[in-house]
Design a protein around this ligand. Structure first.
Ligand code: CO
Length: 155
């Protein structure tokens, strides 16, 4: 496995709509491994492929719950319910935090690393993280949708 460089806001790859992944193969699995290692090393709870300079539709997420490491390939949110305001940050936007409104509960369909289509319903931090990471695949950063932003420590 290898650590990848996390690109920062201002890099055009973060503003692009990412491409659908046509082939789930060992090369993609290696990228997912490297993305997970990079996320854990940076103390993040999610990382989307555009954040490592790859404009393709996959994300890794681990919010320290019973799901463990989630790898979502071509994820699509198919159901949403409720809404919730909470604080977010992003490894591509260091030292900035903001209040973002998200759906309180989402159901996401995705392909796993063994090319099986899966469905997951989540709420709380996991739901928030899924929405944040999928936004990256549309070229949207949390600073584009935050109701307010601030510098410094997460509160
Ligand atoms: Co982010």
């Amino acid at each position: 496995m290898a650590l990848l460089e996390i690109v920062k806001a201002g890099n055009p790859v973060l503003k692009q709509e990412a491409a659908v992944i046509e082939k789930v193969d060992s090369r993609l699995r290696r990228l997912l491994d490297d993305m997970a290692e990079t996320m854990y090393k940076a103390d993040g709870v999610g990382l989307a492929a555009p954040q490592v300079g790859k404009s393709i539709r996959c994300v890794v997420i681990d919010v320290n719950d019973e799901n463990g490491l989630l790898e979502l390939i071509n994820p699509v949110i198919v159901e949403r319910e409720g809404s919730e305001l909470d604080t977010e940050g992003c490894l591509s936007v260091p030292d900035v935090f903001g209040t973002v409104e998200r759906s309180a509960r989402v159901t996401v369909e995705y392909t796993n690393r063994w090319n099986k289509r899966k469905r997951l319903t989540a709420d709380g931090l996991l739901a928030r993280c899924i929405q944040h990471e999928i936004d990256h695949l549309f070229g949207t950063l949390f600073i584009d949708v935050a109701k307010s932003l601030r510098n410094g420590e997460k509160k």
